[in-house]
Design a protein around this ligand. Structure first.
Ligand SMILES: O=P(O)(O)OC[C@H]1O[C@H](OP(=O)(O)OP(=O)(O)O)[C@H](O)[C@@H]1O
Ligand SMILES: O=c1cc[nH]c(=O)[nH]1
Ligand SMILES: [Mg+2]
Length: 210
C-alpha cells in the first residue's frame, strides 16, 4: 500500500495543535478542519481531469473539470470532523457515510450505520477518519466500498499506527493512504502513541455507547 506522509511545515504545526492536550475542543475542531484541507489537497493531486474550451473575458482558453469526482466517506463519528473541509475542497464530490464505534475491550469495530451507493463499479472513494490504530475500523469501511465495486480507495487520516498500516496493506484491497504522521505504535489500550487521544471525544464529547 502506498503511504504518503505529508511533510510540510503547515501540516506539522497544525498536527502539533491537535496533539497538545491543552488544546480545547473548539480549537481542536477548527484545526482538524484546516489540516484536512491540506491533506485532501495532497490526496486529490492525481484526480483525473477533463479538458475543454472555456472563454475568459478576453479570449478562448483551456478549461478543466474533474472527471468522475470521488465519493467522500467520513467514518462517524470522528471522520465527520473532516467532512466539511473535504467537501469544500471537492464540491463536485458526493458523500456517503459509515458509522462505527470501536469496542474498547476487543478493539473490534461495531457497525451502527451505513449509507453508501449500492453500485460503486469503477469508481474512486476518499475515506476520511483522523485515526488508524489497529486498522479494524478502516478495514471494515474499505471492505464495504470494495464489495460495491470501488476500485480505488484513498484513506485520508491524521495519524496512522504501523500496526494499522500493516493490516490494511495485507488486506489486498485497492488502498492508498495520505497521512500527517505515522506514529510509533499502539499502547495496551490500542491507542496511538504519542497520538492525540480520542479524536471522537475531543470533537464531540465523551459518551458511553455500550
Ligand atoms: O483503527 P482502529 O483500532 O479501528 O481505531 C480507529 C477508530 O477509532 C476511532 O473511532 P471510535 O471507534 O472511537 O469512534 P468515534 O469516532 O465515534 O469516537 C477512530 O476515529 C477510528 O474510527
Ligand atoms: O488513539 C486512538 C485510537 C483509536 N481511536 C482514537 O480516537 N484514538
Ligand atoms: Mg472515539
Amino acid at each position: 500500500m502506498d503511504v504518503n506522509v505529508v511533510n510540510h511545515p503547515l501540516v506539522a504545526t497544525r498536527l502539533s495543535v491537535l496533539r497538545d492536550k491543552e488544546t480545547g475542543d473548539p480549537e481542536f475542531r477548527s484545526t482538524l478542519d484546516e489540516l484536512t484541507s491540506l491533506l485532501v489537497y495532497e490526496a486529490s493531486r492525481d484526480l483525473p481531469v477533463r479538458v475543454g474550451e472555456i472563454h475568459t473575458p478576453v479570449s478562448p482558453a483551456e478549461g478543466y473539470q474533474l472527471d468522475s469526482p470521488p465519493l467522500l466517506v467520513p467514518v462517524l463519528r470522528a471522520g465527520l470532523g473532516m467532512a466539511d473541509a473535504a467537501r469544500r475542497l471537492i464540491p463536485e464530490s458526493t458523500m456517503g457515510f459509515v458509522g462505527l464505534a470501536r469496542d474498547e475491550e476487543t478493539f473490534e469495530p461495531r457497525a451502527y450505520m451505513e449509507s453508501l451507493p449500492e453500485d460503486l463499479s469503477g469508481s474512486r472513494a476518499i475515506v476520511l477518519d483522523p485515526m488508524v490504530a489497529t486498522g479494524g475500523s478502516l478495514l471494515h469501511s474499505c471492505r464495504l466500498l470494495a464489495d460495491r465495486g470501488c476500485e480505488d480507495i484513498m484513506i485520508v487520516c491524521v495519524l496512522a499506527a504501523p500496526e494499522g498500516i500493516d493490516r490494511l496493506a495485507e488486506s489486498g484491497l485497492p488502498l492508498t493512504m495520505v497521512t500527517a504522521s505515522v506514529d510509533d505504535g499502539l499502547n495496551e489500550n490500542a491507542y496511538i502513541v504519542p497520538g492525540l487521544g480520542d479524536a471522537g471525544d475531543r470533537l464531540f464529547g465523551a459518551i458511553r455507547r455500550f
